[in-house]
Design a protein around this ligand. Sequence first.
Ligand code: C5P
Length: 221
Amino acid sequence: ECEKKLQNKVVMITAGPTVEAIDPVRYISNHSSGKMGYALARAAQLEGAEVRLVSGPVSLRDPHGVTTVRVTSAKQMFDYVKSNIADVDVFIGCAAVADYTPVEVASQKIKKNDDEMTLKLKRNPDILAWVGEQQATRFVVGFAAESQSLKEFALKKLQKKKLDLICANDISQQGLGFNSDNNQLLLLYRDGQEKLLDIATKDALAADIMQEIGEHLKQRS
Ligand code: C5P
């Protein structure tokens, strides 16, 4: 079967880390490489979708035929999502959005002294949960990286963020996940279906995920 599964569909994907400024030279971030999100963007494009990739700072090249928007902070990522979500059929939150951001960004470089220093942080918006809250026919997908109780914690996130599908990966397994080219994913659907995608490259997993999403969209219509 070689028919394209996401023809005429608009797919939005968040990818990579977010970077939260402390002052003009310092920031808070994480080790997300963006590899999974970019693989998903390429796979969706190959299935015929119009793809909008919203990416934090990563060292990957823009995927061919994909509208790629580079952002820095969670707030910028959220602003882009809010402004460009209206016609989106499939939303995939794959970014490692920083959970916290400095309450204030110093306009000048903060000077050190010999005392301890305290940085006050506030919660960032949960972009995926916001998309899940929207009353739309949109298919909403999240990722969950867990180091224990994989299925239980992932199912909680599926419900809390009102997702249709969550792709869970066990980050206690060496050589998989974060910076790696390989991963293993447990797919958990809102309706209780589940499917294990065994260890493979992120490109192969992304292709499988797009097939899965295509099938579920077909069943819906
Ligand atoms: O709650 P947790 O961060 O583990 O959830 C992970 C999922 O939620 C991922 O799909 C991630 O992209 C999304 N997320 C988000 N905005 C946040 C935190 C997480 O979109 N502020």
